[in-house]
Design a protein around this ligand. Structure first.
Ligand code: UDP
Ligand code: MG
Length: 240
C-alpha cells in the first residue's frame, strides 16, 4: 500500500452563484462525514461567481480548517471547476457533489463503503427518485439514451452529481469542457472499473439552475460525438 498523508476523502464541489447554498452545504458535509468518522476536506471551487459566493466562501473557510477554497478569475464552466478540484484534492479518495444539495452529502459514506467493498475505482449515483420538473426528467433521460447509444455505454444516470473515485483514477482522465457529463465513460477508457448505485435526490435548495435545455442538448450531442471519436481512435498497441 502506498503511504498517504492527506485526508481520506476530498469532497470537490463546483460553485457558480450559489450564495444561498453555501452554509447548508458546509454544515451537511461536516455533520454527515463527522458522524461517519471520516477524515475529510471540502474543496469548493468558485467558478467566477458574481453574487458574493466567493467572499462568503472565504469567510466560511475562516471558520472551518477543513474547507479549502479555490477561486477562478472568471466563469469557466463546471468541467473546469471539477478539474481544478481534482488536481488540488489531497484525499486518497475524491468525491463530487453539486452545491445546490440536490444530492445528499450523507450518502457519501455509503458510496465509499461500496467502493472499498467491491474494490472498484469509482462508484457513481443513479438518482432513484428525481425531484426535477417533468420536462427536465424527460430531457435528461433522452440525453442519457443518446449518450449511451453513441458511446456504447450502459450508464443509467451519467449526469448524477454524486460520485466517488480513487484519486489516481480521476486524475488519470484528461478533462475538456463538457466532459463532467462523461466521467464514468472516460474512466472506463482508462481501464478503471465503475459501478452504479441508487442515491437520494432533492429539489434545488436555493438559487437557479445554470443550464437551459437547448444549450445542454447541443453541447451534449457534440461532446458525445467527441467521446465516441476518442473511443474509436484510442490506441491499443501491445508489444509481443
Ligand atoms: N456550476 C459551475 N459553473 C457553471 C455552471 C454550474 O460551477 O458554469 C456548478 C453549479 O454551481 C452547481 C453544479 O455546477 O454546483 C451544477 O449546476 P446546476 O445545479 O445549475 O445544474 P442542474 O442541476 O440544473 O443540472
Ligand atoms: Mg442542480
Amino acid at each position: 500500500m502506498v503511504a498517504h498523508d492527506g485526508p481520506g476523502l476530498s469532497v470537490v464541489v463546483p460553485v457558480f452563484n450559489e450564495i444561498g447554498c453555501l452554509e447548508p452545504l458546509l454544515e451537511r458535509v461536516r455533520a454527515g462525514l463527522d458522524a461517519a468518522g471520516f477524515d475529510w476536506e471540502l474543496v469548493l471551487v468558485d467558478d467566477g461567481s458574481d453574487d458574493g459566493s466567493g467572499e462568503r466562501l472565504d469567510e466560511l473557510a475562516g471558520t472551518e480548517g477543513r474547507l479549502r477554497v479555490l477561486h477562478f478569475e472568471r466563469n469557466c464552466g463546471q468541467s473546469s471547476a471539477l478539474d481544478a478540484g481534482f488536481r488540488h484534492a489531497r484525499g486518497r479518495l475524491v468525491a463530487i457533489l453539486d452545491a445546490d444539495l440536490q444530492t445528499y452529502p450523507e450518502d457519501l459514506p455509503g458510496l465509499v463503503e461500496v467502493l472499498e467493498r467491491e474494490g472498484v475505482d469509482a462508484v457513481v449515483g443513479i438518482r432513484a427518485e428525481r425531484h426535477d420538473t417533468g420536462w427536465k426528467r424527460f430531457s435528461s433521460r433522452f440525453a442519457n439514451g443518446v449518450r449511451n447509444r453513441l458511446t456504447r455505454e450502459n450508464i443509467v444516470d451519467t449526469g448524477c452529481p454524486i460520485k466517488v473515485f480513487r484519486a489516481e483514477a480521476v486524475r488519470s482522465i484528461k478533462m475538456f469542457t463538457g466532459m463532467h457529463r462523461f466521467l464514468p465513460t472516460l474512466l472506463r477508457m482508462e481501464g478503471c472499473s465503475v459501478i452504479q448505485v441508487p442515491v437520494r435526490h432533492a429539489p434545488r435548495l436555493a438559487g437557479r439552475s445554470k443550464y437551459g435545455t437547448l444549450d445542454r442538448a447541443f453541447s451534449g450531442l457534440r461532446d458525445a460525438l467527441a467521446v465516441r471519436w476518442m473511443q474509436d481512435r484510442a490506441m491499443r498497441w501491445k508489444l509481443r
